[in-house]
Ligand binder design. Structure first.
Ligand SMILES: NC(=O)c1ccc[n+]([C@@H]2O[C@H](COP(=O)([O-])OP(=O)(O)OC[C@H]3O[C@@H](n4cnc5c(N)ncnc54)[C@H](OP(=O)(O)O)[C@@H]3O)[C@@H](O)[C@H]2O)c1
Length: 259
């Protein structure tokens, strides 16, 4: 039986936890090979080994490092060709972090790192990946889907006063993704923006959310999304025929009313 992502080679940033890890596991089962990136090399290699063991064949390969470092990004693309004998055709721009608080109340010392990861890192990967995907243009693009999937957020579409600095980075990601979709569409390259609501992952801890306040949100809106819910959606969008581009999807837990 043909699997939905058979013959695809993916790059996934932020693959050591949460949504990125869930995507790596779902993509492997769907038939894709992949390069995994995040900063924690040990955690990443454990995930690589666990995927390879489950699949019984080399399926994942790690390129640890900062997703905003161009050398690391170029290494990810080169490693895909070296390890899987095929250039990457599915790029998941996922690495990112949150930050509790507003412009007025968030920890200013965290701003630059968040902006570097969420905006600069995402932009560099989109730019370098777009050039790579353009080079893959074959005789018949309809036979070879090429994807850039960008993970935004519902707070990049609806203002959340509780995390407005983080939200601002995701508003930027929203516009970068749509602008890139318009630019690459005539070349037959798909750009998809996925905007999740609350997903349980390491995100809340890294962002510095107050656990009791977050607990109240969970009581009111839960059950919220699991990383696997986002991974399922990515498998769906990337396995459409090449002529179909799912441009922008908002996905929330059913009881999440806002944002
Ligand atoms: N969870 C939510 O509620 C939610 C909702 C909407 C959107 N999102 C977005 O979804 C994406 C994934 O979040 P998540 O929920 O899966 O969070 P997570 O569990 O904290 O995972 C974030 C991943 O990004 C990696 N990362 C962070 N900074 C990095 C950097 N500079 N270079 C390389 N990797 C880096 C982390 O690994 P290392 O620490 O090992 O580098 C980790 O693998 C983010 O873009 C986030 O903004 C999350």
């Amino acid at each position: 039986m043909t699997r939905p992502l058979e013959d695809r080679v993916a790059i996934i940033t932020g693959a050591s936890a949460g949504i990125g890890e869930a995507c790596a596991r779902a993509f492997a089962r769907a038939g894709s090979k992949m390069i995994l990136n995040a900063r924690r090399a040990e955690v990443l290699s454990k995930i690589e080994r666990s995927i390879d063991t489950e699949m019984g064949v080399e399926t994942a390969h790690c390129v640890p490092g900062d997703c905003a470092d161009e050398t690391v990004i170029k290494m990810m693309l080169q490693s895909a060709a070296d390890h899987f004998d095929k250039r990457a055709d599915l790029i998941v721009v996922n690495a990112g972090r949150g930050l509790a608080g507003s412009v007025l109340t968030s920890d200013e010392g965290e701003w630059e790192e968040m902006i570097r990861t969420n905006i600069v890192g995402a932009s560099k990967l989109i730019r370098i990946a777009a050039a790579e995907l353009e080079r893959l243009d074959g005789a018949d693009w309809t036979q070879r889907p090429r994807d850039i999937v960008v993970i935004g957020s519902t707070v990049g579409r609806h203002i959340s006063p509780f995390s407005s600095m983080y939200g601002a980075t995701k508003f930027a990601v929203n516009s970068l993704a749509e602008a890139t979709r318009r630019e690459l569409a005539p070349k037959g390259i798909r750009v998809t923006l996925i905007e999740p609501g609350i997903v349980t992952s390491e995100f809340q801890h890294v962002a510095g959310y107050d656990p009791s306040r977050f607990g109240e949100v969970m009581d009111r809106m839960g059950p919220v999304l699991e990383p696997e819910d986002i991974a399922d959606l990515l498998v769906y969008t990337c396995s459409r025929p090449a002529r179909v581009c799912v441009g922008d999807v908002v996905i929330r837990g059913t009881r999440q009313d806002y944002p």
